[in-house]
Design a protein around this ligand. Sequence first.
Ligand code: GUN
Length: 293
Amino acid sequence: MTAQIIDGKALASELRDAVTAATRRLVAAHGLHPGLAVVLLGDDPASRTYVASKSRALVEVGMRPFDFKLPAATSEAELRALIKKLNSDPAVNGILVQLPLPPQINTSRIIASIDPDKDVDGFHPLNAGRLASGLPGLVPCTPIACLRLIRTVHDSLAGIAALMIGRSHIVGNPLAQVLLNENATVTVAHTFTRHLPELCRRAELMCVAIGCAEFIRGDWIKPGATVIDVGINRVAVGGKSRIVGDVKFSEAVEVAGAITPVPGGVGPMTIVCLLINTLRAACMQAGLPPPAL
Ligand code: GUN
């Protein structure tokens, strides 16, 4: 049996149209033009690519991007000064500081210095705490993207045996919380987990975010399971470079019930979820109800 391919690109395109319409309505009805500040330090090629696609997507849906490209040697004090300015700028509804940051900068202190109401990444301790407490707040984009993809296959996650592989603050940790809030029975696996293949074989839903090319093999997957592959890994094949996920797709597609491809799965959805968070932040700050998206 071949798995259903969960088409993140198509779903993202549909949602982007809805975000464009909602943005237009906000501008027309309230003169509110959502703006997102994207801050990049240094010139890491992957980060530059991500930041460029975020800014492009913002313009496409009619939002305002404010791009800040700073040298890799920027000090923490200089970055803090910029964030302070952005926190108090009413034209800026969201602030995204692209990670990872250079080693002279304390990432936790920077995240904590962002106004939680403008924290469209959902990384601020207040928003992380709200998510862990089941309270409304800004939720990290990739976990929300994964949930939206999962919902195309499962009406309810109540009681489902979900395995989250990876526990990063960007994806694994918040995605485990998101699944828990959906009443899934969640196991979190990480570097120190023993007997991972056996654990995988029990999972009805598997989400993988470890940044390790094609690590999860087909015979680790429970037949019929849903597989969400968050990995974006560049590998060299026959002198050419190619993007692959954390799951060996050619094997997994023969066993799983449904699977996200890489590219074209979680990636495009993550960017749309950033746009939705920006829209939500703008509405929240203006005292308007959140958009029904
Ligand atoms: N680096 C990799 N993923 C992300 C993300 O979702 N947000 C930010 N700010 N940096 C990242």
